[in-house]
Ligand binder design. Structure first.
Ligand SMILES: [Mn+2]
Length: 349
């Protein structure tokens, strides 16, 4: 076959692929429970209203706990890759299927939409924007991108506007609220209408942050340029923005520990002990270190982005026994050891 013929056949196949809806055969979406995952799911739901949306934690997926509900009718958004799904839509570099994995996946009929976008919602938006009217989401998209990729300014963060408050209101422990907000975005309501409908909740969340800020301050130590904030056993969660905003320029990045020693990834009200790592995105100088090296150092299922990632705390001898405080210290020490060698072992490529 000549080159021109090959190109022609390839083009023909591509145009056929583009004509088919990427949602062909999709009946359910499993997505992350943050604002990014929620908006990504809302975009898919907007174009196919009978799709059912399930929210899940990445660790549940990695642990195989959702294997039984993932099939070719399932779209996976903002979560680790699973070869049995039908549509894979994500933007996390550590989730990107290898070339071989992707080849096998598409040969079996899967559609892979992994994009190097600031958010998974952006990948979904780009995928669907010419196929349906999602202009009502235009206003929130830059905020979703910024919140999911560390692009938010210190000023915007400190102002704590209603979209940031809404993003904090999303949690697996309140599944009805997640469904409600997702349906609102899918149905074409304006951002203003959605925010207004949750005013009472958002006001509470604003006051709650003031309280949490005090607790974060008391529980943070800065060591070798890493702000370590231990919120374990407290039931309090904080994202990296609050910790780095309060820690200031001295912190290049932060490590926040949350959850419970006797927690479980299956229990949203008592989650397993875990750590998240975030670059201090408020510094003038960009973060040069790949924090996912910390997240994957001890936990093979840890991962995320170079600037934002997480893992679960592992027992010292890697057994399934109950975690203790000593395990927590052990993990922390290992991370600090690697961090101290960041100039040789963690510089981003
Ligand atoms: Mn995301």
């Amino acid at each position: 076959m000549t080159n021109t013929e090959t190109t022609y056949k390839f083009k023909l196949r591509m145009s056929w692929a583009c004509m088919m809806s990427p949602l062909e055969g999709i009946t359910k979406v499993i997505t992350d429970s943050d604002l990014d995952g929620l908006i990504a799911a809302a975009i898919l739901k907007a174009s196919k209203s009978d799709i059912e949306v399930y929210f899940a934690h990445p660790a549940l997926l990695r642990a195989g706990s959702l294997d039984h509900i993932i099939d070719r009718h399932t779209a996976l958004c903002d979560l680790p890759f699973h070869p049995s799904c039908g549509l894979y839509l994500d933007h996390h570099i550590t989730n990107k299927p290898s070339e071989d994995e992707e080849k096998r996946f598409t040969a079996e009929g899967g559609i892979c939409v992994w994009r190097d976008t600031p958010s998974a919602a952006r990948a979904a938006y780009d995928l669907m924007k010419d196929k349906l009217d999602i202009s009502h989401l235009e206003e929130i998209m830059p905020m979703v991108d910024a919140l999911d990729s560390g692009g938010i300014s210190l000023q915007d963060f400190m102002d704590d506007g209603p979209v940031i408050q809404l993003s904090r209101s999303l949690s697996l422990s309140e599944p009805e609220h997640l469904q409600n907000v997702m349906n609102q975005f899918a149905s074409g309501l304006t951002l203003e209408q959605i925010l207004f409908s949750h005013k009472e909740r958002l006001d509470q969340i604003r006051d709650e942050r003031k309280r949490i800020a005090g607790i974060v301050k008391r529980n943070t130590v800065i060591f070798d340029g890493l702000a370590i904030c231990d919120l374990s056993e407290s039931g309090i969660r904080s994202n990296g923005y609050l910790i780095t905003a309060l820690a200031g320029d001295e912190a290049l990045a932060c490590c926040v520990i949350h959850g419970y020693l006797d927690g479980s990834i299956e229990d949203p009200d008592r989650p397993a002990l875990g750590a998240s790592f975030y670059a201090n995105s408020f510094r003038a100088e960009q973060n040069r270190f790949d924090l996912s090296k910390l997240a994957t150092l001890l936990d093979p299922t840890g991962g995320g982005h170079a600037n934002a990632c997480g893992c679960r705390i592992q027992s010292q001898n890697n057994s399934d026994r109950k975690l203790t405080d000593i395990d927590k210290q052990y993990n922390l020490q290992k991370w600090l050891d690697l961090w101290s060698e960041r100039e040789t072992k963690m510089v981003k490529i």
